[in-house]
Design a protein around this ligand. Sequence first.
Ligand code: BT5
Length: 320
Amino acid sequence: MKKEILEILKNNKNSFISGEELSNKLGVTRTAIWKYINILKEEGYKIESISRKGYKLVEEPDILSREELLIELKLSRFVDDIYYFDKVDSTNSFAKKLALEGAKEGTIILSNEQTGGRGRLGRVWISPPCSSISMSLILKPSIRPWDAAKITEITAAAVAIAIEKVTNLDVNIKWPNDIIIQNKKVCGILTEMGAELDNINYVIVGIGINVNIDEFPDEIKEVATSLKKVAGKEISRKEIVINIVREFEKLYYNFIETGSLKETVEICKRKSATLGKTVKIINKSETIIAEAVDINDEGELLVRKENGEIISVISGEVSV
Ligand code: BT5
């Protein structure tokens, strides 16, 4: 009911709608309407109420509620359902649990705060309350397990474009999973999957973004930045999330339906912070120093080794 009331208020933003009209439209009492209006006000929505005129939405807070996002993304082809938590250990861990219980592709999990946010290889991802985005997408693509790395690139391209659209900042992608601005990390992506030998059961894409963080802990303050720090002003988390989903679904369905990564690769190349640099590739068995020369149509990084040989890298640790 809260979602329906909010949707009507948003559609009539800055004009009054009477309690009677709301109660007729939604088939509930005016007291019930009043109760939900008060809940919305407590959440930060500025709603004017004048007797005989009704209610008018004047200002919306930057909150990532399920209702708010479902309304904004109702035309999305991708979104099936949205879970929103105030606090969770890790949205990726929660998404995995849901995926195993049968959640559909297009289920999105968001949390205002993570207490056990994870990076790759068991590393810690710091996601403080109110100022970061922690989100995970559940995907159930019919692709081969070795193609799952492409999902990371699709996500990186989508996040880069979404951040640029909302902030106008110049964003770069550090292959394969970091989004950086002015050489500092603003977003990390963690792709995990449940698969059999030749069949994927689910893919979870986790996205962590530093949006309005003012200060970072000592361990990461040299390497991390936030959108607010670079833009010099608060950035709407809601706008970023909405734009990520919109950009992601374009690139994702394009890949799923045509098998082509063309658009994603084009974005990853254009925004690359890796190409042309000397990189260190750390695999389980060896460390290679090489020059990053290209990203091929499959999204693999092509590097030239010191002996001139060019090899492709599918995923792994790459440091510039
Ligand atoms: C990543 O790992 O960059 C993937 C981060 C994915 C986080 C999302 S949040 C939603 C979802 N749920 C989760 O539990 N995780 C995902 P990696 O490339 O391994 O980088 C981790 C390293 O980045 C750490 O070892 C720190 O050095 C650094 N780091 C940690 N928190 C950071 C932050 N907030 N901003 C920038 N760097 C950070």
